[in-house]
Design a protein around this ligand. Structure first.
Ligand code: IPM
Ligand code: MG
Length: 368
């Protein structure tokens, strides 16, 4: 019987390796429709550089409204050298930032898990990373990414000045802290909150307000405050001390790239960007791999589709109420890794190197 009828998924492949990795997700959605009688309806639209080439803007209103109406949006990647010289406001990345901001996706969840099969792919010693399971909660709609004033302006003596503004309000800090504490309760009950309260007022406020939320609503969760630079160091020294890491937009961006490398490859990390629940209990959401468009390997069938496939699994869990299917998909990824199949980014001695499409096919074969 058709379950879940009419769940609308919008696929935004974007640029570089985006189309290749999203196309593996499409194959999996088709498989679920055919073999599990699910009724996903999915559409594909242009975003980023691909949209600039076709429509002169990184995202059209039509695509923007489609994303508003979807149950989940899955995005590949935005950007590439071809569009690097465009004026800032016209760059491919603006599409992504517009979606995050206007869909109010303030909570970005970036799990960094070191799969046992890939312990040797990390540049760190196996004993440092094996069993690693961190969740980075990154604030996504505030801070220096969106603060005003911003710009580049001429000043005296033929000089120019670049300006960005970093600010956070109490309520912005509270809502992201609550997400982090809620997640910690379902995990190892520990939050490490990062800021630079030694040099930034916004960091002082961040620390105080995170503590206030803990004291008021999450008394049983362990909370540690850590300066963001120290956190970057601790992630390399002893990453297993962390459970949930809470950070603002910019520190979260950097710490999540670093955490990705602990797991062996940026090609493995999925992410979910979530908004608040509306009155019907529905949340807006966008799912994307943490990696970018990787122009150097684009179009060569070399990219690792696992980060995007695991992003689909997060969508099944957080937006589509399909936990069982999410488990099944994650197990399929594990089985393929058990079989020794590896894309180029995670290849090691004695393993079999496969292409993007082979990896997708192999994962589907394990769903059966
Ligand atoms: C990320 C990316 C983006 C960001 C870019 C592509 C705008 O690095 O999602 O981590 O900086 O947020
Ligand atoms: Mg980033």
């Amino acid at each position: 019987m058709a379950k879940n009828k009419g769940r609308k998924i919008l696929l935004l492949p974007g640029d570089g390796i985006g189309p290749e990795v999203v196309s593996e997700v499409k194959k999996i959605l088709e498989w679920f429709n055919k073999h599990k009688s699910l009724d996903f309806s999915f559409e594909e639209e242009l975003i980023g550089g691909a949209s600039i080439d076709a429509n002169k803007i990184p995202i059209t209103d039509e695509v923007f409204y489609k994303s508003l109406e979807s149950d989940a949006v899955i995005l590949g990647a935005c950007g590439g050298p071809k569009w690097d010289n465009l004026e800032f406001s016209k760059k491919p990345e603006r599409a992504l930032l517009k979606l995050r901001k206007e869909l109010k996706l303030f909570a970005n969840l970036r799990p960094a898990i070191c799969f046992k099969q890939l312990v040797d792919s990390s540049t760190l010693k196996p004993e440092v990373v094996s069993g690693l399971d961190i969740m980075i909660v990154r604030e996504l709609t505030g801070g220096i990414y969106f603060g005003e004033p911003r710009g580049i302006e001429p000043i005296e003596n033929n000089q120019r000045k670049g300006i960005n503004t970093h600010s956070y309000t109490t309520s912005e800090i509270h809502r992201i802290a609550e997400v982090a504490f809620d997640l910690a309760k379902k995990r190892s009950n520990k939050v490490t909150s990062c800021e630079k309260s030694n040099v930034m007022e916004a960091g002082v406020l961040w620390r105080e307000e995170v503590q206030a939320i803990k004291d008021k609503l999450f008394k049983t969760v362990e909370l540690n405050h850590m300066l963001a630079d120290n956190c970057a160091m601790q992630l390399l020294r002893n990453p297993k001390q962390f459970d949930v890491i809470l950070a603002d937009n910019l520190f979260g961006d950097m710490l999540s790239d670093e955490a990705a490398m602990l797991t062996g490859s940026l090609g493995l990390l999925p992410s979910a960007s979530l908004g608040a629940k509306d009155k019907n209990g529905k949340i807006r959401s966008l799912y994307e791999p943490v990696h970018g468009s990787a122009p150097d390997i684009a179009g060569k069938n070399l990219a690792n589709p696992i980060a995007t496939i695991l992003s689909l699994s997060m969508a099944l869990r957080y937006s589509l109420d399909l936990d069982k299917e999410a488990d099944q998909l994650e197990e399929a990824v594990q089985k393929v890794l058990d079989d020794g199949l590896r894309t180029k980014d995670i290849i090691s001695k004695g393993k079999k190197e496969v292409t993007t499409t082979d990896m997708g096919d192999a994962i589907i074969s394990k769903l059966k």
